[in-house]
Design a protein around this ligand. Structure first.
Ligand code: FAD
Length: 470
């Protein structure tokens, strides 16, 4: 591999030298896709159709050896690298212009040990694949609500989901990880091996290396849970939002309550509360009674439903390839002032937009703040306006609406942001994460952007080095 070279003729567009490509192809078990290949246009795409970047190459790794080869090659050539698993990062951080995408999405082996209640999962699995494999043993761990999301990005940034309030974030349930570091070594990180790295992997985001395998703690769940939503008319939304906050604030850990301002297919605006109870059905029926008896909902769809169905509830709302823009911030409470801002803004929002509240708290809030780099354990909601559309000519109004609402909601936020929902604000908000860590004391936070991916994209640069001070 030593004589692999980049074409450096400044008059041509950046590309890998044909000899480089041929040798790289021979050196890996997976697939190399370069701009001349028919598969290139598909290979450079990610979930968000707004993202239109042109990497020099996409390396689809088949195993850890391929990841080592890809890291060694790109590092020796000082190439910009983006790491991709599910491709769901809203800002498109898993693809880059004029660099190399190291893609692990074809690494999908999973072994579930039902006795030890541990899953060993390769980094290319998406949530749907992971949940299906663990549910075949009646087990699960916290994962998000869109089957297409990658377990890798989600775990490394934290990981919310219906089990989070009962069992903690996805990263809180990480037992070990195997990771290829910048120097091309495959390391294992756990509570007893490479402990600083293990600390960083649990919520610090990507970029400490390329994780090839995760091991998770599992819990008995389902297969059927009590879940679904109640929908209130927009005229009743103010009172329903007050009720939601009051009910969510005293919810038991077994209950997860998300909410959203949405527009029905008829064009009518509504406020929906989506509940999921992880526990015995009769208990769930009791706990959910006040929610179902509150006000005059226009719809109540709460019923026993398969856990797997709940876990893919977001699939039809967020299909791959549409245009998306969102900005998130954490909140501790939903005050009347916040409700005023939300209702005024949503009344004139673009038609397919929504404002989402993802409830956190519960077990997530009881993990000591210094145990992991995840710094927002005191929040009760992640709140974000989402714009969804298809026509690039309509980019400006959709982006403006979400930005304006996010700005107007700042006074009601904790100031913290979920690393997995970092959007356009990238490194600025990344530094917000770092600042919060500093304030927790006992931690030293370094930006070591030259250590792993040298000429780093601005999005990733802010999240490179969070290090535990010993
Ligand atoms: C529709 C939708 C629904 C979502 N729902 C939820 C939810 O319910 N709960 C929740 O917590 N989050 C949710 N998210 C946010 C999600 O957690 C992040 O977008 C996450 O980054 C997705 O992971 P991915 O592997 O698909 O991302 P990718 O875009 O592939 O990767 C994102 C970043 O993760 C890092 N990364 C990826 N793979 C690796 C690896 N193997 N090793 C090291 N670093 C790596 C890289 O820095 C990369 O830039 C949702 C996102 C979308 C788009």
């Amino acid at each position: 591999m030593d004589d692999l070279r980049l074409a450096d003729d400044p008059t041509t567009k950046p590309m890998l030298h044909v000899t480089d490509s041929a040798r790289l192809r021979q050196a890996i078990r997976g697939e190399l896709v370069v701009p001349d290949d028919p598969a290139y246009d598909q290979a450079r795409r990610v979930w968000n159709g707004m993202v239109d970047k042109r990497p020099l190459a996409v390396i689809y790794c088949a195993d850890s050896d391929d990841v080592i080869t890809a890291v060694t090659f790109t590092r020796s050539r000082n190439l910009l690298v983006a790491v991709r698993a599910g491709g769901h990062n809203v800002a498109g951080s898993s693809v880059c212009d004029a660099g190399v995408v190291i893609d692990v999405s074809r690494m999908k082996r999973i072994e579930v040990d039902p006795v030890r209640r541990v899953a060993r999962a390769q980094a290319g699995l998406n949530l749907g694949e992971f949940d299906a494999a663990t549910q075949s043993h009646g087990l699960a761990t916290t994962m998000g609500i869109n089957a297409d999301t990658g377990i890798a990005g989600l775990t490394l940034g934290g990981g919310f989901g219906k089990l989070g309030r009962k069992h903690g974030l996805t990263c809180d349930n990480l037992v070990a990880a195997e990771i290829v570091t910048a120097d091309g070594r495959l390391l294992r990180a756990s509570a007893t091996e490479n402990v600083d790295l293990f600390w960083a992997l649990r919520g610090g985001g990507g970029n400490f290396g390329i994780v090839t395998t995760f091991e998770y703690k599992l819990y008995p769940v389902g297969p059927v849970v009590l879940a679904g939503s109640v929908l209130h008319a927009y005229n009743d939304a103010r009172a329903a939002m007050r009720f939601y906050h009051a009910f969510a604030s005293r919810a038991p850990d077994e209950l997860s309550l998300d909410a959203a301002l949405v527009t029905a297919p008829s064009g009518e605006r509504c406020f929906g509360i989506s509940a999921c109870y992880i526990g015995p059905m009769d208990e769930g029926n009791q706990v959910l009674k006040p929610l179902r008896e509150y006000g005059t909902p226009v719809e109540d769809q709460i019923a026993p439903v398969s856990y797997l169905q709940i876990q893919s509830a977001g699939d039809s709302i967020f299909p791959r390839g549409r245009r998306y823009f969102w900005k998130a911030q954490f909140m501790r409470e939903i005050t009347d002032g916040a409700i005023d801002v939300l209702l005024a803004s949503y009344a004139t929002a673009p038609i397919e937009s929504r404002v989402v509240f993802q409830q956190v708290g519960g077990a997530i809030s009881r993990v000591p703040i210094t145990d992991t780099p995840y710094a927002n354990r005191d929040a009760l909601y992640d709140c974000f306006p989402i714009s969804i559309w298809d026509n690039s000519a309509a980019d400006a109004p959709h982006i403006r609406w979400a930005r304006d609402l996010w700005d107007a909601m700042r006074p009601f936020s904790t100031g913290g942001v979920y690393a997995n929902n970092l959007g356009e604000e990238g490194s600025d908000r990344g530094s917000c994460l770092r600042r919060e860590l500093r304030e927790t004391g006992g931690f030293e936070v370094e930006v070591r952007s030259d250590e792993f991916f040298p000429p780093q994209s601005e999005h990733q640069a802010g999240r490179v080095g969070i290090k535990r001070k010993v």
